[in-house]
Design a protein around this ligand. Structure first.
Ligand SMILES: Cc1cc2nc3c(=O)[nH]c(=O)nc-3n(C[C@H](O)[C@H](O)[C@H](O)COP(=O)(O)OP(=O)(O)OC[C@H]3O[C@@H](n4cnc5c(N)ncnc54)[C@H](O)[C@@H]3O)c2cc1C
Length: 382
């Protein structure tokens, strides 16, 4: 296992560090207040190739390794978690179903604009009655007029409703053919398709810039050219995509933990109580040392999962372990960092408070941490 970065990974990290600090960090407080998807920044990231970071050059991307993506995320997420959340959702779950399972015509039509940063991708799995229990989805696709008629609702879908969004890749239940179980198939539905509508942007306690909405499909007709891959394999396509999504949430968690560790350390060194900086109190030192240690453990799990993907090895268990550990550490570390800031840490004018609000969702998105436990337990033979 070699975690030293290649030259192109090092260049990417430098590029992302500079862009994050120059272009993203300064705008974060205003972006929080405005609570709108930062498509201006995402377009700029697209111009740098970052929206196609995991897609080969052949399809408009820059063909970076997963290790490089994790390292890039560590820089972007330090500056603003909402920008990083929208970016990662686009790069992984929003784009990968088309790259991994689409045919060349579909890649040319829909993946290339995503990878070149001209459009934003979305992944439609969750429904009001089916979150963790993905097999419980009710959205249906039935054969009609040489294509498919789709009816149903998706909820909490990120990146589908912005001025850059192209539509959504969704999972639907298909009719059972004689003697067979109902199957699940995935489809592209473009945003102006008749019958496809959206609810308003939802308001989360964190990730305030992320555009997350309900999507409604009322007799939406799409042709066979919108069906992605084998119509019996949609569920497996979506689950495989989520494996990469979990590495991405783990990477986002690393960036959050590093951000709150930096803030808490700086604050502890300058805040004076009882005649000395609070960093001189062992109780504060132990908190910071624990966060630094847990961050390092999370980092190794995350880079290892990324490395396994890059080397073509199975990474299901490792991605779930990385997501479980890194998100748990991030949520805990954010709370500890607020504690070190005292009352100031509770105020949304203070950056650490915003990161605290952003931390909770890391334990929920792309499979809750309870579901990560189940995935890991299954790999143990339970
Ligand atoms: C900000 C945000 C963005 C999102 N973006 C997207 C997106 O782009 N696309 C998309 O498809 N989805 C998206 N989601 C949905 C997300 O993936 C789901 O919220 C998540 O998978 C959990 O599903 P649920 O909310 O229905 O919770 P539920 O499945 O109802 O779970 C509720 C609780 O029960 C627990 N639970 C459920 N089953 C079990 C079990 N078997 N054993 C133990 N505990 C269990 C869960 O862990 C959880 O604690 C997003 C969610 C959020 C908050």
């Amino acid at each position: 296992m070699d975690f030293s970065f290649t030259e192109s990974e090092c260049d990417l990290v430098s590029l992302c560090r500079e862009f994050a600090q120059k272009e993203i960090a300064g705008r974060a407080p205003k972006a929080w207040e405005e609570a709108r998807c930062p498509t201006d920044l995402l377009r700029e990231m697209g111009a740098l190739g970052l929206l196609g970071i995991l897609i080969p050059e052949q399809w408009g991307g820059i063909g970076m390794s997963t290790v490089g993506f994790v390292a890039a995320m560590e820089q972007i997420g330090l500056a603003d978690q909402s920008v990083a959340a929208a970016w990662q959702a686009h790069v992984t779950i929003g784009s990968l179903p088309l790259y991994l399972f689409g045919n060349d015509a579909q890649r040319e039509r829909w993946l290339r604009p995503l990878a070149e940063g001209r459009a934003l991708g979305a992944f439609g799995l969750t429904e009001p009655d089916a979150g963790s229990d993905v097999r419980g989805i009710r959205t249906r696709a039935v054969r009609r007029d040489g294509g498919w008629l789709i009816n149903g609702q998706k909820t909490f879908i990120s990146n589908a409703g912005t001025d850059m969004s192209f539509g959504v890749t969704l999972l639907a239940r298909t009719e059972a053919t004689e003697g067979q179980e109902p199957a699940f198939a995935s489809f592209v539905v473009e945003k102006d398709t008749p019958g496809f509508t959206m609810g308003p942007k939802m308001r989360g306690i964190g990730w305030r810039g992320l555009d997350t909405r309900d999507l409604f499909f009322d007799d939406v007709w799409v042709g066979d050219d919108h069906l992605i891959g084998d119509p019996a394999m949609g569920l497996s396509q979506f689950l495989r995509t989520l494996e990469v999504g979990r590495i991405s949430i783990a990477a986002l968690s690393l960036s959050l933990t590093q951000a709150v560790l930096d803030m808490a350390t700086d604050y502890a060194r300058q805040r004076v109580q009882f005649g000395q900086p609070i960093s001189k109190f062992q109780a504060v030192q132990f908190k910071l040392a624990d966060i630094a240690t847990e961050l390092e453990a999370s980092r190794w799990l995350t880079y290892r999962a990324a490395y396994l993907r890059d080397t073509g090895e199975p990474f299901l268990k490792e991605a779930s372990m990385a997501k479980l550990k890194a998100s748990r550490v991030a949520a805990w570390a954010a709370s500890e960092a607020v504690q070190i800031h005292g009352g100031l840490g509770y105020m949304l004018e203070t950056p650490v408070a915003r990161f605290y609000c952003d931390s909770k969702v890391l334990e929920i998105g792309e499979g809750t941490n309870e579901i990560q436990h189940l995935v890991i337990a299954r790999t143990l033979g339970c």
